[in-house]
Design a binder for this molecule. Structure first.
Ligand SMILES: Cc1ncc(COP(=O)(O)O)c(C=O)c1O
Length: 403
């Protein structure tokens, strides 16, 4: 018996009734009264920024992911910039990264005046292919920036080996992967530096926000200065010591995360395990249901990995369909599924084409995947009915366009 409910057969895009009356987004935050109270308390306190909640959030976060240090930033993008700075990237250097990511992963290399070099991904996980990385190594390579696409950790052991053999740093962009596990360990303490984002569609939100975790005290110190103009102490440290004196030792930015945001982060952290469990349940039910649909390729999970399921990107088996991704996407939107596409390969964006001369065809695996990808709704507060609606709409649509 099918596990996918059938409600309607005429597609909404063809004049039928949509599976849902209201749009189900692909991701969204969930905040409760405790979160709101935590923020209100800070609003009534003496410190709106650079106060006690910053250190508390950082300590709890580091302990949760199993890293020695955590340094908060005003966004995941700022955190990536911090990691690129702490890695010492500078003009003339190269960092190898994946095309299958949000542009911020590669942009952080450009912020430092260095060059991002893209290596293609593996067919199964759409994460960096270590073999392709090894082909892109030059004497200028200083770092590998892996991305845990959709929340599935990259091939961290192979990338670590490559980094060690070639004297490179391994930076992990885990903006999709808070809570993901690799070989029994949570991501955060595995790479030299690991970067997280707290944007509202992520597992934990602070509105905007980010974090870099590391086991290296020197990186942590550099990151703390970088997010505070390159200054050697922060305002609270100076108030506590009764000193006004400070020096600017490097060129930094104001990338600080506020106490308001950190209070929300602390409160959200308490729900993280439950939220991850819910995402894993949804992913398991999706995977089971999609076994019935030959036109849908569910994401692969490698052995030894526990993904965090930030996204649920299916790939369309276009050979079994009479329509392309754009048509299927439009049909799903008409059913009121807030589907999305992650990602246009970064080198295909006009800025990268214009600056580096990419023409298309350089990254065959990522480019082929891009033509097939659709991210389905995946967030921890999805109800069972939401999930059924997703399955129903996907089935209705792909069956209508099946060859
Ligand atoms: C892989 C990846 N890296 C970096 C970022 C940037 O994070 P933020 O939006 O917090 O700046 C994102 C954002 O979604 C992302 O998906």
């Amino acid at each position: 018996m099918s596990t996918i409910p059938t409600k309607q057969t005429t597609l909404a895009i063809h004049g039928g009734t949509p599976v849902r009356q209201t749009l189900l987004p692909y991701g969204r935050q969930s905040l409760d009264e405790k979160d709101i109270q935590a923020v209100v308390e800070v609003l009534k306190s003496d410190w709106l920024t650079t106060g006690p909640k910053v250190g508390e959030f950082e300590e709890r976060f580091a302990a949760w992911v199993g890293a020695g240090y955590a340094v908060s930033f005003s966004s995941g993008t700022a955190a990536l910039h911090g990691a690129a700075f702490a890695a010492g990237l500078k003009p003339g250097d190269e960092a190898i990264t994946t095309p299958m990511t949000f542009c911020a992963t590669a942009n952080c290399v450009l912020y430092q005046g260095a060059a991002p070099v893209f290596a293609d991904v593996t067919e199964d996980t759409l994460n960096l292919d270590p073999l392709e990385v090894s082909k892109k190594l030059t004497p200028r390579t200083k770092a590998i920036i892996a991305v845990d696409y959709a929340g599935h950790p990259g091939d961290l052991a192979a990338l670590r080996d490559l980094a060690t053999q070639n004297g490179l740093l391994l930076i992990e962009d885990a903006c999709h992967a808070l809570g993901a596990e690799y070989a029994g360990k949570r991501v955060g303490g595995i790479a030299d530096m690991t970067v997280f984002s707290f944007h509202p569609v992520k597992h934990l939100t602070t509105g905007e926000g980010g974090m870099v975790t590391t086991n290296d005290a020197k990186f942590a110190e550099t990151l703390r200065r970088f997010r505070n103009h390159g200054i050697t102490s922060d305002a609270r440290q100076r108030q506590q010591s009764g000193q006004w004196f400070y020096e600017m030792a490097a060129l930094g930015f104001n990338y600080r995360l506020t106490d308001i945001a950190c209070a929300l982060g602390i409160s959200q952290l308490e729900k993280l395990e439950a939220n991850l469990a819910r995402r894993r349940t949804i992913a398991a039910l999706y995977a089971q249901a999609f076994r019935e649909l030959p036109a849908v390729v569910a994401p692969t999970v490698r052995d030894g990995v526990e993904p965090a399921w930030h996204l649920y990107p299916i790939r369309l088996n276009l050979e079994a369909l009479s329509a392309g991704r754009t048509e299927i996407f439009r049909a799903l939107r008409a059913e009121n599924l807030g589907v999305n596409v992650h990602y246009i390969p970064v080198p295909m964006h006009p800025y990268y084409r214009g600056r580096f001369g990419y023409k298309g065809g350089e990254f065959p695996v990522a480019e082929d995947a891009y033509e097939r990808l659709i991210s389905l709704p995946m967030f921890h507060s999805m109800t069972d009915t939401d999930m059924e609606d997703v399955l129903c709409a996907v089935r209705k649509t792909v069956e209508c366009y099946s060859r």
